[in-house]
Design a binder for this molecule. Structure first.
Ligand code: K7E
Ligand code: CUA
Length: 660
C-alpha cells in the first residue's frame, strides 16, 4: 500500500475517532481542518518529485546576511544566495572577487529584497537587497543568481532600513537612514540630537544596462527614524514614501518617548524633483555626496501625518492610494495620491516643522481609516481590488477592500476576511505584489514566532512561513515551512520571468587567466617578489597541475578554471589547513590568494561531488622550507611537470547554456 494512501486512511480514522470529522489540534495555534480541507491543502501545495514549482520566492535572511530561494507552492528551500556573509557552500567570500566585495564585514542584516522593474512589472534582471546593519545595498544578478555588487557603506546613513525601494523603471533604488547622525561633523554630543542630527534619503542610481549602482544624491531630513518605504506606480511613479517613528526627536527610552505624539509622519518625496535639483546644483556637499536641503528646494519633500508610529507604507497597484499602517493603532490609513497632489498645489499645510518641511492637512488627503485589527504592519495586493495587511499583535492577515468607497460606507464592512497565522506575522508577500499587476493567487505570511509548531530543535526556534491561497473570497492556508533566521520581506515572482543560465559559456569568458586545456595550465614564480602565480585547470576528475611547489613565505595566487561546459558539473578547490574553499561553476574562473606561511605538504581537493572519480580529484601543495631549493622550476621561473594530454572536446550540448 502506498504511504500516502495509508496517511489518508489514518486521517480518516482519526476523524472517526474524533467523532466530529475534524483533526484534534496537536500544536499551538493549529486550526481544526476537515479531512477534505486537509486533502485540498495537500494537493494545492504538493509538487511531486520531478515537477517544478510555479513561483520563485526570494526571501531575505535578516541577520544571517543572506537571501534564500524557495519554490512556491511547495515552499521547499532550493537555494541560498550568499550576500553579506561568507558561505562555503558556494565558496562565497573565499575567492578574491567576493572577499573584496565583503570587505571587512562578515555579516549584514537583509530586510527588503526588491526586484528590478520595467514599466512597473518585474523584468527578471536584478534583485536588490539592503543591509540594515552596515549601511549597504547589494545587487544580485538573476542571470546566475549571484551577488555582483555591494555598494556602501552609504555616507550620511546609519541603519539602511527603509531600503531597497526600486522605481518603476529601475532608475533608482531609493533608501533611507533609520538612525539620524550629525551631518557635516563626525561627532556631536547626543544632547544636541534634535537640532544637529539629521536623517537622509538617498537615490542610488542604477545603470540601465549593467545594473551597476552609484550614489546619485541625498535629501537631508529631520531627525526622525525612517522606517519603511515604497515607490509610486502609475500616477505616483515619480514619488516615493517613507514612514517614520520618533517624530518626537527623542533619544533614550524610545519605547515610551517615541510614542508621545498622536501622529508621526510619512515622507512624500518627489525623486524626479530631487534628481532635477541635483542637476541644477541646488545642493551642498556632505561626505562627498550632493545633498538637498528640502527646506530650501521646494517640491522635493512633504510630510503627511499618520497614526502612531507607523511601520509599513505601501502603494496599491494603480498607484492612486498610499496605505500606511500605524503599529500602535488598529487601523490602516488610506491616503489619496490625487488629493496629496491637490493639497500640495493648494498649499493646504497643517504647519511647517522646525526644519522648514511642510506638513499636509490630514483631513484633506485621507480617504479612510480601515479598522484592520491589532498591530498592522505591512500591506500587499492581489490586483483584484483587495489589500492584505499583516497584523503582528493579532497574529492574523486581514483582507480588506481598496477604494473607491461608497459615501457613508461602514469602515468595518471593508474588512472581508481574516486568517489566523502562527504567530506574530511581520511581512507578507503576494505574487508580483509590488508591481502594477499582482497575480492574485498566492500569499506568504512570514511569521516572527513559531513556538511549538515544529520538532523541538532547542532554544533557537526557526521562523515559520505560511502559504495562503488568495484566489477565492476566503483565504485558505495550505502549507507551513520553517526558515533560517530571519525572514523579513520577500519577492514572489513567476518562474516565466526568471531565466538563469546553467553554466558560463566558454565563448563569453573574458577572464585573461582562464585556461581551457591542460596545456594552458601554468605556474610562474617571481623569486624577487616571493610570489607564485598559477593558472589551474579543473575538469572531471583532476586538477592540472596536481602538484604545486612553493617556498615557505611565498604569496600564492591561483586562478582556477572549471573547464566544464555542462550544467551541474561544479568543482571545488579546498586547500587543507588554509581556511580556503573556492567553488567554481562550469565555465567560471576564480582567483584565490594566500600566504604559504608554514612549511609542509598540504593536499588540495575537489569539494563538490562531481563524478565517480571525484574523490581522486586531488593534489598537493608542497611548501618547501625556507633555504631549501625549489626543484620544479626552470631558469625562467616556470614550474615544469608532466602534463595530461588535452581531453577530447566534451560532448556538452551548448543549448543548455541558456537554461530551458
Ligand atoms: Cu517590518 Cu525591517 Cu520590513 Cu522586518 S521590517 S517585519
Ligand atoms: Cu571535481 Cu569533485
Amino acid at each position: 500500500m502506498h504511504r500516502t494512501t495509508m496517511a489518508w486512511l489514518a486521517l480518516g480514522s482519526a476523524a472517526i475517532l474524533g467523532g466530529c470529522g475534524e483533526r484534534t489540534p496537536q500544536v499551538p495555534g493549529q486550526q481544526a481542518m476537515t479531512t477534505g480541507d486537509v486533502q485540498k491543502a495537500a494537493l494545492a501545495s504538493y509538487v511531486k518529485p520531478g515537477d517544478l514549482d510555479e513561483y520563485y520566492l526570494f526571501y531575505s535572511g535578516g541577520h544571517s546576511g543572506q537571501v534564500f530561494v524557495a519554490g512556491v507552492p511547495s515552499m521547499r528551500h532550493i537555494a541560498t544566495i550568499p550576500v553579506f556573509a561568507p558561505y562555503p557552500g558556494t565558496g562565497y567570500g573565499f575567492d578574491e572577487a567576493t572577499r573584496k566585495m565583503l570587505g571587512e564585514f562578515t555579516w549584514g542584516d537583509v530586510h527588503h529584497p526588491a526586484l528590478s522593474k520595467t514599466n512597473g512589472d518585474y523584468d527578471g534582471r536584478w534583485l536588490f537587497v539592503n543591509d540594515n546593519a552596515n549601511n549597504r545595498i547589494a545587487r544580485i544578478d538573476l542571470r546566475d543568481l549571484k551577488t555582483k555588487q555591494i555598494l556602501g557603506p552609504v555616507p550620511n546613513t546609519m541603519g539602511n532600513h527603509g531600503s531597497s525601494m526600486v522605481t518603476n523603471n529601475s532608475e533608482y533604488a531609493l533608501v533611507a537612514s533609520r538612525f539620524s547622525v550629525p551631518i557635516g561633523e563626525k561627532y556631536v554630543p547626543l544632547d544636541q540630537y534634535s537640532t544637529k542630527y539629521k536623517g537622509a534619503v538617498t537615490g542610488i542610481r542604477i545603470d540601465p544596462n549593467t545594473g551597476n549602482m552609484s550614489v546619485g544624491w541625498q535629501i537631508m531630513t529631520p531627525p526622525f527614524d525612517w522606517d519603511l518605504g515604497a515607490t509610486g506606480k502609475g500616477p505616483s511613479t515619480e514619488w516615493a514614501f517613507w514612514t517614520s517613528y520618533n517624530s518626537e526627536r527623542a533619544t533614550g527610552k524610545l519605547e515610551s518617548a517615541a510614542s508621545q505624539r498622536d501622529k508621526d509622519y510619512v515622507a512624500v518625496v518627489n525623486w524626479k524633483a530631487a534628481e532635477a535639483a541635483t542637476k541644477a546644483g541646488k545642493t551642498f556637499t556632505s561626505e562627498g555626496i550632493p545633498m538637498i536641503d528640502p527646506a530650501k528646494v521646494p517640491g522635493v519633500m512633504y510630510l503627511l501625518p499618520c497614526g502612531k508610529s507607523p511601520h509599513g507604507v505601501d502603494v496599491d497597484p494603480s498607484g492612486q492610494y498610499v496605505i500606511c499602517s500605524g503599529k500602535l493603532q488598529p487601523t490602516s490609513t488610506v491616503f489619496s495620491f490625487a488629493k496629496i497632489l491637490e493639497a500640495i498645489k493648494n498649499k493646504d499645510f497643517e504647519h511647517e516643522t522646525e526644519d522648514g518641511i511642510h506638513v499636509l492637512e490630514y483631513d484633506e488627503i485621507v480617504l479612510m481609516e480601515v479598522p484592520v485589527g491589532l498591530g498592522p504592519l505591512h500591506t500587499q495586493f492581489d490586483g483584484k481590488g483587495y489589500a492584505y495587511t499583516s497584523l503582528y499583535v493579532e497574529s492574523a492577515i486581514a483582507k480588506w477592500k481598496l477604494p473607491p468607497y461608497e459615501a457613508g460606507v461602514d469602515p468595518k464592512s471593508l474588512v472581508v476576511d481574516k486568517m489566523p497565522v502562527q504567530f506574530n506575522v511581520g511581512h507578507l508577500v503576494t505574487s508580483h505584489g509590488d508591481t502594477e499587476h499582482p497575480r492574485g493567487d498566492y500569499l506568504v505570511s512570514m511569521n516572527k514566532m513559531s513556538k511549538g509548531r515544529h520538532l523541538n530543535v532547542g532554544p533557537s526556534i526557526p521562523e515559520s512561513s505560511q502559504l495562503i491561497e488568495i484566489n477565492g473570497q476566503k483565504m485558505v492556508m495550505t502549507y507551513e515551512a520553517f526558515t533560517e533566521p530571519e525572514p523579513h520581506f520577500a519577492q514572489l515572482v513567476h518562474r516565466d520571468i526568471i531565466k538563469p543560465i546553467e553554466f558560463y559559456p566558454k565563448d563569453e569568458s573574458k577572464n585573461p587567466n582562464a585556461v581551457w586545456t591542460p596545456a594552458g595550465a601554468k605556474v610562474v614564480r617571481n623569486a624577487a617578489r616571493k610570489t607564485v602565480e598559477g593558472k589551474v585547470y579543473a575538469i572531471r576528475s583532476y586538477f592540472e597541475p596536481g602538484r604545486i611547489e612553493v617556498q615557505e613565505g611565498d604569496t600564492v595566487i591561483l586562478h582556477i578554471t572549471n573547464a566544464e561546459q555542462q550544467r551541474d558539473e561544479i568543482h571545488g578547490f579546498g586547500l587543507t589547513a588554509h581556511n580556503l574553499n573556492a567553488v567554481i561553476d562550469p565555465g567560471e574562473t576564480k582567483t584565490v590568494r594566500f600566504v604559504a606561511r608554514t612549511a609542509g605538504v598540504f593536499p588540495y581537493y575537489c569539494t563538490n561531488f562531481c563524478s565517480a572519480l571525484h574523490q581522486e580529484m586531488q593534489g598537493y601543495l608542497e611548501v618547501v622550507p625556507r633555504g631549501r631549493p625549489l626543484l620544479a622550476y626552470n631558469a625562467k621561473g616556470e614550474m615544469t611537470w608532466e602534463r595530461r594530454p588535452t581531453p577530447p572536446v566534451a560532448s556538452a550540448d551548448a543549448s543548455h547554456g541558456n537554461g530551458h
